[in-house]
Write a protein that binds this ligand. Structure first.
Ligand code: SF4
Length: 386
């Protein structure tokens, strides 16, 4: 079987070239053809010696995962379903905005973490993705969009690893993929424009800080350990105090001076004023430092199996107001692509679950989160889910 050159970072290609009896600089030429020009045919790589092209044709290929389906939202968001073999399919989303184009990339086929509000989490886990499958999503999207838009300019300006999977549970392939994305001979993205989102794998956050500190987002979703244990089960291993300490350590190397805390607003579960006040306390800690993070409030995108509902807009804004008044920089995320199930937490692909995630989630639902009766007159008309 031909080896896929999308699996190699520049250093890996240099070693490969040496093994083929070529000079190391050939690797740079090859890398640029693949990632900057989007070339998949070795005959198109005209500044490579014919003898090298022939060698490459024998044993190598440039192959992104195949597109099974493409959907375009009315807001311009594009979602692709990619075949990654053996019945597994992953999803990737491109979100165009005036000043940027963001690609949301998957790192695993499914996910073992099993967050309650996440469609991927409900599907279970099949396997980790290879570098060629992670970078392949970017390679395909960038060059497809350039052709589609008839431009030679870069289209994908930002990458967020917020698609299917927990990136830090697939560490080495994710790390090598980041290196390809950041390489000036590859996509040349700045560390500020590449974000890894984690559910809070503390030791690997430290490792990422040492190896390749890109922007960091953390899925928080709860103001206390009891609730987070249920929403993000990884919390039982790495509770909020350890998670926040790891975030602060990460900042020493990070390209931004804050970590983004993602908070999915679930009606009657984590969206009440008392939750916001508790969150303020958690973030500020004993030293009152509220500058180390930004809160990103995300409207929940309901899916039937979750048993959860979206917080009303007024409640989200009231929650944001409490945080903002406490001096915490807070944004409310715009929902994009929800008509094609491409919004946050909606990516599901199609995976063969080799774990018992689905069973565990169903069991957890039966001992589920008790909706909280809100206090204060502002919210008395809201209906909580059963
Ligand atoms: S939110 Fe992330 S970590 Fe949690 S189940 Fe979904 S993909 Fe996995």
């Amino acid at each position: 079987m031909a080896a896929n050159l999308l699996d190699y970072d520049l250093e890996g290609l240099a070693v490969l070239c040496e093994r083929l009896g070529e000079k190391r600089f050939r690797a740079t030429q090859l890398f640029r053809w693949i990632h900057q020009q989007g070339a998949a045919q070795f005959d198109d790589m005209t500044n490579l010696a014919k003898s090298l092209r022939e060698k490459l044709k024998t044993d190598f290929e440039v192959q992104a995962p195949k597109v099974l389906k493409q959907q375009i939202s009315k807001d311009g968001t594009i979602k692709w379903l990619f075949d990654v073999g053996n019945g597994d399919a992953i999803e990737t989303v491109f979100i165009p905005e005036e000043d940027r184009g963001t690609l949301c990339v998957s790192s695993q086929a499914g996910c073992i973490v099993g967050c309650r509000f996440c469609s991927t989490g409900h599907q279970g886990f099949s396997r980790n993705l290879a570098v060629s499958e992670i970078v392949g999503q970017l390679w395909f999207a960038e060059h497809f969009l350039r052709k589609h838009l008839n431009t030679t300019e870069r289209v994908v300006s930002n990458v967020v690893m917020m698609g299917m999977g927990e990136p830090l549970l697939n560490y080495e392939p994710v790390l090598n993929s980041l290196r390809v994305m950041l390489d000036d001979h590859g996509y040349g993205l700045s560390r500020r424009r590449v974000t890894v989102s984690t559910s809070g794998l503390v030791p690997m956050m430290d490792q990422l800080g040492r190896d390749c500190p890109v922007a960091l987002a953390v899925s928080l979703h709860a103001p206390n350990d009891t609730l987070r244990d249920d929403l993000v089960p990884l919390n039982r291993k790495y509770p909020i105090s350890e998670l926040f300490a790891a975030c602060k350590r990460y900042l020493a190397a990070a390209p931004r001076d804050f970590v983004t805390l993602e908070y999915c607003m679930l009606q009657g579960v984590n969206d009440l004023p008392e939750h916001a006040l508790e969150l303020v306390k958690q973030v500020c800690g004993e030293d009152g430092n509220n500058a180390w993070c930004k809160l990103n409030l995300i409207p929940f995108n309901p899916f039937p199996a979750s048993g959860l509902t979206r917080s009303p807009r007024e409640r989200v804004m009231a929650f944001a107001k409490i945080l903002t008044e406490a001096g915490i920089v807070t944004t409310v995320r715009k929902t994009r692509g929800d008509d094609i199930d491409a919004a946050c937490g909606q990516l599901a692909g199609d995976v063969k679950d080799i774990t018992n995630v689905q069973k565990r989630i169903t069991r957890r639902r039966t001992i589920m989160l008790k909706p909280v009766v809100p206090s204060g007159p502002v919210f008395h008309q809201d209906v909580r889910h059963a």
